[in-house]
Design a protein around this ligand. Structure first.
Ligand SMILES: [Ca+2]
Length: 314
């Protein structure tokens, strides 16, 4: 069984040119070279509420603010997503996302933060982070804090992330999930070629370059990625599916798919239950189809030999 819901993001907000304030810099101090939170986080949202990028100093924690518990998986990919489950003993209404990056063996806060202002107080929420296709470093930290309805800000929770560098380009499709189950990403490209774990490279140039938890061999990655490089993604229709190969003894697995079609980003959420289907070619639930009008014309498959059929077991 599975269920899905989807959100199409508005056109990406132009990244503000942020400079570190001259007054804050000592030339001898470690520096993050003017990096801002937007270099690490492309968007922060809770359900349909998009976080706004702020450039002023982040509000200071104060006594009585809600203390967040944050549950997240530390491994992410450039161009992908992370879901941070937030909970607190007392309700919160505003969530702040700041960050720090390594500089001279220290983690130095970067400029700016995202502010997600919810319409009503809640005691738990899933904070969705999307990451830029290019990240400046592979290790960084995100700080998450929350304020109650009166503006009382609680302490910040620190979450370390390690980015695996994957391919990105005009078309990038990622899936991230929240257990050590074996989830598989499948994309059928405009020439009808299905890219998945047993057949990772299409003649069109598309490639599965990150595979995770194959056959329940737990690797801690929990992300898969299929992409075409810049200028390579052919025109035509792409179909995205996600397969629950095995639950690997987990009762439920939630997943998030990000589809980036030339900067047009859509996000799709779903939940798998059951045992999984050990699926191969043609398997999986439909996530979305999208059409690309830019790029090279697709070269049709010539004959059956172009269609390699991979193994059916992992
Ligand atoms: Ca997999």
């Amino acid at each position: 069984m599975q269920s899905t819901r989807s959100i199409r993001l508005a056109a990406p907000v132009a990244v503000l040119a942020l400079g570190l304030g001259a007054c804050s810099q000592d030339p001898s101090s470690p520096s993050t070279d003017g990096q801002t939170i937007a270099d690490f986080v492309a968007s922060a949202s809770i359900e349909s509420t998009q976080g706004e990028l702020q450039t002023h100093a982040i509000p200071r924690p104060m006594r009585g603010g809600p203390t967040l518990e944050v549950d997240s998986h530390p491994t992410i990919v450039n161009g992908g997503t992370a879901t941070l489950h937030l909970s607190a003993a007392t309700p919160f209404q505003t969530v702040y996302v700041a960050g720090s990056a390594p500089a001279s063996q220290l983690f130095i806060p970067v400029t700016g933060f995202y502010e997600v202002a919810l319409a009503a107080p809640t005691s738990s929420a899933d904070l969705l982070i999307t990451f830029p296709q290019v990240l400046p470093v592979s290790e960084f930290e995100l700080y998450v804090a929350a304020a109650d309805g009166n503006g009382n800000v609680g302490s910040m929770a620190t979450n370390g992330f390690e980015a695996l560098t994957v391919g990105s380009g005009d078309v990038q499709v990622t899936v991230a999930w929240d257990t050590d189950a074996d989830v598989d990403l499948h994309v059928v490209d405009p020439i009808g070629y299905e890219i998945y774990w047993a057949d990772r490279t299409s003649p069109s140039g598309g490639q599965l370059d990150l595979d995770s938890n194959a056959g329940c061999f737990t690797d801690g990655v929990r992300n898969e990625n299929i992409t075409w490089g810049v200028g390579a993604a052919p025109q035509g229709t792409y179909t995205v599916r996600v397969d629950y190969w095995s639950n690997c003894s987990f009762s439920e697995t939630k997943y998030t798919v990000l589809i980036n079609n030339g900067g047009d980003i859509s996000i799709h959420h779903g939940t798998f239950t059951g045992s999984g289907d050990a699926g191969g070619f043609g398997s999986g639930v439909l996530i979305d189809s999208f059409t690309r009008t830019a790029g090279p014309m697709p070269t049709p498959l010539r004959a059956a030999q172009d269609r390699r059929v991979g193994p059916t077991t992992k």
